[in-house]
Design a protein around this ligand. Structure first.
Ligand code: AMP
Length: 286
């Protein structure tokens, strides 16, 4: 497995693969890898001939008072995990390679970027779309793999790729949870043991939503209220949002009909965690 940090190193590799007509699969990450990331890598290994993983903590998707500086980083650990999965190339650029002095270009997906997490993290999805489009232009993958853990990100990137005619197929993959149900996240390392226990309230509120839906509850407002009540009962939790929206355009729903996304963000202490449940023709997924 090779690690490229410079653009020309990466391009050389990619060009050689392209020349031989290899199908390139790509998994963009911010590192500090866990089983959620590795599930994407494994799917890429299955579906593509070559797998490229990027590790880049993108400063442009963090707000000024967010955790960019303290975000966990451990290249050696990540390298060992990716080597074991048989990854072909890791792109690990320094910040000034991605954003040299004088950088000026940004990608925005109007409306979708301002909903859900976009309300409490202004500029977040502008940063995400900008870095992902740059990475797509560098890696030129046939397919890119993203987790449903970040459902809004999936919806926004699918729209970006459609609107800008980017020749990459976005492949969304299931959310991976810890044994007790907590959605895996690099940010879980911030949690104290007590907070780790309190963090289960996110998944519990989705379990409650699922139960209500299976019992026939159709009113989004009622489901939302019950979820909020459950979360409010956890002393270490502070609700950011619970929203019930149409999956493809993130518009609020009054009734549970068609494809639905129930998404929430909750602060556990100082750590902001997200989770979601999706209802599609395939049933309820969480
Ligand atoms: P991140 O490193 O947090 O930017 O995540 C990189 C990719 O891994 C994104 O596509 C995430 O949606 C995905 N991912 C993160 N956590 C999980 C998880 N628990 N299950 C599935 N995918 C995940």
């Amino acid at each position: 497995m090779e690690i490229a940090s410079a653009v020309n190193e990466l391009r050389e590799k990619i060009l050689a693969w392209k020349k031989h007509g290899r199908k390139i699969g790509f998994v963009p990450t911010m590192g500090y890898l866990h089983e959620g990331h590795l599930s994407l890598v494994r799917e890429s290994k299955k579906r593509s001939e070559v797998t490229v993983v990027s590790i880049f903590v993108n400063p442009k998707q963090f707000g000024p008072s967010e955790d960019y500086r303290v975000y966990p980083r451990d290249l050696e650990r990540d390298r060992a995990l990716l080597e074991k999965e048989g990854v072909d190339l890791v792109f690990y650029p320094p910040v000034d390679v991605m954003y040299p002095e004088g950088y000026k270009t940004y990608v925005e997906v109007e409306d979708l970027q301002d909903r859900l997490c976009g309300k409490s993290r202004p500029g977040h999805f502008r940063g995400v779309c900008t870095v992902v489009l740059k990475l797509f232009n560098l890696v030129q993958p046939d397919e890119a793999y993203f987790g449903w853990k970040d459902a809004q990100q999936v919806i926004i990137l699918q729209k970006m790729v459609e609107d800008l005619n980017v020749p990459v197929k976005i492949v969304p993959l299931p959310l991976v949870r810890d044994h007790d149900g907590l959605a895996l996240s690099s940010r879980n390392t911030y949690l104290s043991p007590e907070e780790r226990r309190a963090a289960l309230v996110l998944k519990k509120s989705l379990d409650l939503a699922e139960k209500l839906i299976l019992e026939g509850e159709k009113e989004a407002g009622r489901i939302r209220e019950e979820m909020i009540e459950l979360i409010s009962a956890e002393p270490l939790a502070r609700l950011d949002y619970v929203e019930i929206v149409k999956l493809n355009n993130l518009e609020p729903l009054e009734r549970i009909e068609g494809e639905v996304l129930i998404a929430l963000a909750v602060f556990i202490g100082r750590t902001r965690l997200i989770d979601n449940l999706r209802i599609t023709s395939g049933g309820i997924e969480k």
